[in-house]
Design a protein around this ligand. Structure first.
Ligand SMILES: Nc1ncnc2c1ncn2[C@@H]1O[C@H](COP(=O)(O)OP(=O)(O)OP(=O)(O)O)[C@@H](O)[C@H]1O
Length: 335
């Protein structure tokens, strides 16, 4: 099997990498949106994520990636096989996918052949305990995005139709990428993604050369290239695992809570998802930095990703939401 391009070998694109790491450490931040130019390592980064998460223990033939010792989903009597260790799943959701394929449906073949009412699990089952990736999420039908966001928020897929009543765990981090020139997401959907990052084609010539050099080295000898990066991948994997262990004990000082609300008020963010995400993301950033508590610096570092998609459009401000956030943050932190 050809290995995937290693995460730490991605040149630059720091905000995207940081947002994905935060989602690994704290999946409750909600999904991550990665919008920007084509060919800027968006899908490369998502595929590399699997290599950063600890493998999952599950049953060999379990389509839901159930944890060992858990009861079979809906009392399914099929043999699940032995417990094995598998890489955390990264499941692609293709455009034009049907709702049946996403949530699962009645197994027609079984229904016709044996008259049995069995459930054929969908992509949400396969993504359990991993990542669900939608390239060109802005081109996906709204009702599918809506459904995915619901399941991502609850961690459970409930199917009630065709005489079926099935409920199974579907805990995954949703990552959507797209190019805004090809269409935008409705604001209602935007707001329900936890973090949103912008990726741009690097203008720095050294950076561009480094991208080509690394990609070329990877394509010539994928195994050799991955071996060269193995210690960095290991170090990052350990950092994530340690952050996951540390995050529950992190304190949130009053000053940080207050500043988060002040920033959201000053920027006019809609609703309170902004504050909630800001604090969760800052806590994950602090855990990744092995800090004892969340600081104002952590808050500042994650604020653009947590808030840029939650600002009301201002038709008179041509600078765009990223520039508005930077201005707002500069004012909030100058105080
Ligand atoms: N910063 C980078 N570091 C390493 N490789 C990069 C970088 N930017 C682009 N690449 C390389 O460019 C190619 C295209 O990247 P990728 O397929 O991830 O793009 P994408 O952003 O998902 O684009 P699209 O939206 O068109 O699918 C890959 O071979 C990838 O390795």
């Amino acid at each position: 099997m050809t290995p995937v391009f290693p995460f730490p070998a991605i040149v630059g694109q720091e905000e995207m990498k940081q947002a994905l790491l935060i989602a690994c450490v704290e999946p409750r931040v909600g999904g991550v949106l990665v919008f920007g130019d084509r060919g800027t390592a968006k899908s490369t980064a998502v595929r590399a994520l699997a290599g950063l998460l600890p493998p999952i223990e599950t049953y060999e033939h379990c389509p839901y990636n159930s944890a060992p010792g858990s009861a079979p989903v809906n009392g399914d009597g099929r043999s699940r096989g032995n417990v094995v260790s598998k890489p955390a799943p990264v499941v692609d959701l293709p455009l034009g996918v049907t709702e049946d394929r996403v949530v699962g449906a009645l197994d027609i073949e079984k229904a016709l052949r044996k008259g049995e009412k069995a459930f054929e699990p969908g992509l949400l089952a396969r993504a359990n305990r991993g990542f669900l990736y939608i390239d060109e999420v802005n081109l996906l039908e709204d009702h599918i995005v809506d459904l995915l966001l619901d399941v991502a928020a609850t961690g459970e897929n409930v199917v009630e139709r065709d005489g079926l009543s099935v409920r199974h765990p579907a805990k995954f981090v949703l990552v959507g990428s797209g190019n805004p020139e090809e269409g935008e997401l409705r604001p209602q959907l935007l707001d329900r993604f936890g973090l949103s990052v912008e990726v741009e084609t690097p203008r720095d010539i050294e950076m561009r050369i480094e991208v080509v050099r690394r990609r070329d080295a990877f394509e010539r000898d994928p195994h050799g290239f991955c071996a060269q990066w193995a210690s960095e991948v290991d170090a990052l994997r350990t950092r994530i695992a340690e952050a996951q262990g540390r995050i529950g004990a992190l304190e949130t000082p009053e000053a940080v809570l207050r500043r988060a609300s002040e920033i959201c008020l000053a920027l006019g963010a809609d609703g309170l998802r902004g504050e909630l995400t800001l604090i969760r993301a800052a806590r994950a950033a602090a855990a990744l930095n092995a800090a004892d508590e969340i600081s104002l610096e952590h808050l500042r570092a994650v604020a653009p990703a947590a808030l840029r998609h939650r600002l009301r459009r201002d038709p008179l401000d041509e600078a765009g939401s990223s520039a508005r956030i930077e201005r707002g943050l500069a004012e909030a932190f100058a105080a």
